[in-house]
Design a protein around this ligand. Structure first.
Ligand code: CP3
Length: 342
């Protein structure tokens, strides 16, 4: 189906566009009261994510309410470990928790490369329903975690400031680490391809814990697996967002991906010089800027847009929205980008 608003895809193709497209990481499910109403009608996040009709509904909410130029499917990066054999729970106010983890070679018996069309059919159904509901209004973004970030949760078993158990394994048992990373990578390629077949117009890889690795480990245990995924996904554009990987920007420029996401610590002119002119850049307003006054949001958004010079840019934040941001201020950010004609 022809998309009515294909700004985002046209920017990625390198076309000259009338204005900068905008969407927000974590736009579905963090700030909207309309989301909480749906969320409160079920037992929790996981049930919501596994109910394709409801997942589609909350995916479309930000398109209707905030006016963003893309939808991102409501799900989580942790559905992959679950499909591989490690289920997770979402503990209220604390985040994800895995009753079983991978700590030794014998733990590998717990995991397998899944048949994604079976074990993740609920995500694929949600994508199909969302596509119908969007009716071509905006593109739909599919996503997955980068293998390193998924590995970090599967080994650590929960969120962590340091992920020191996961990082210890890279020094103590590098062969085991590579075996698990390889399995995650194969599963992720299958999963992203299934999302694309179900209707995702582009896909994003979230490497949320990129920034805790030293550069040599990042290359060995993360980037090479991201590269495998980028090389395997040829059907639609691919975005790589590696939070904190300022040290890997030159290598990001060499990946066969289309878009590189910048976090708010990455200076834009410097990033463009390191990444090169071939990539579209996405980002990178500090999400905390949206706690500011209207006037301050106008100023910081204006400065952010200016720094990208309107060229090959998808406006976004430098990481996900924080749950307590005022939806009115988030909408102001979206509106300000949309008003800034080239
Ligand atoms: O972007 C979107 O709006 C689509 C949905 C989406 C969710 N998680 C829903 C969610 C996406 C893209 C994610 C990605 C995700 N999940 C990442 C990568 C992006 C990032 O923020 O770095 C990571 C690291 C996770 C793991 C995860 N899931 C954590 C740490 C938590 C708890 C804290 C939090 O973010 O709320 C989750 C839970 C989660 N994922 C919720 C939602 C809507 C909240 C669950 C609830 O309603 O209680």
């Amino acid at each position: 189906m022809q998309l009515k608003n294909d700004l985002l895809l046209r920017v990625i193709k390198g076309e000259k566009v009338e204005r900068t497209p905008v969407w927000l990481m974590r736009q579905a499910g963090r700030i909207l009261p309309e989301y909480r109403a749906v969320r409160n009608s079920v037992s929790g996040f996981i049930e919501l994510a596994k109910s394709p009709d409801l997942a589609a509904e909350v995916t479309i909410q930000p398109v209707d309410i905030l006016g963003v130029d893309a939808a991102i499917i409501f799900s989580d990066i942790l559905v992959i470990p679950e499909a591989m054999g490690l289920p997770y729970e979402m503990v209220e106010k604390r985040g994800p928790w895995f009753p079983a983890t991978i700590r030794s070679a014998s733990d590998l018996k717990k995991v397998h490369v899944p048949d994604v069309k079976d074990s993740l059919s609920y995500v694929l159904d949600a994508i199909k329903i969302t596509k119908k509901g969007l009716n071509g209004r905006v593109p739909l973004i599919g996503f997955a975690g980068a293998p390193w970030t998924i590995f970090a949760y599967m080994v650590e078993g929960s969120g962590s400031k340091t992920f020191s158990t996961a990082r210890a394994m890279l020094y103590q048992e590098p062969v085991l680490a590579h075996t698990l990373l390889e399995m995650i990578t194969i599963s992720t390629v299958k999963y992203l391809k299934a999302q694309i077949e179900a209707g995702a117009n582009l896909v994003q890889i979230f490497d949320s814990w990129a920034g805790i690795l030293p550069p040599d480990h990042y290359r060995e245990f993360s980037l090479r697996y991201i590269e495998t995924i980028c090389n395997a996904i040829t059907e639609v554009p691919v975005t790589v967002f590696a939070k904190g990987a300022f040290f890997a920007r030159r290598e990001m420029g060499q990946l066969s991906c289309d878009v590189v996401g910048l976090d708010w610590n990455m200076e834009v002119t410097e990033s463009r010089a390191m990444i090169g002119d071939n990539k579209v850049l996405q980002g990178n307003l500090d999400p905390a800027a949206l706690y500011g006054s209207e006037e301050s949001i106008r100023e910081s958004t204006g400065r952010m847009l200016e720094s990208f010079k309107g060229a090959r840019h998808i406006a976004n934040l430098g990481h996900g929205l924080y749950p307590d941001l005022d939806p009115g201020k988030v909408k102001l950010f979206v509106d300000l980008v949309k008003e800034s004609f080239h």
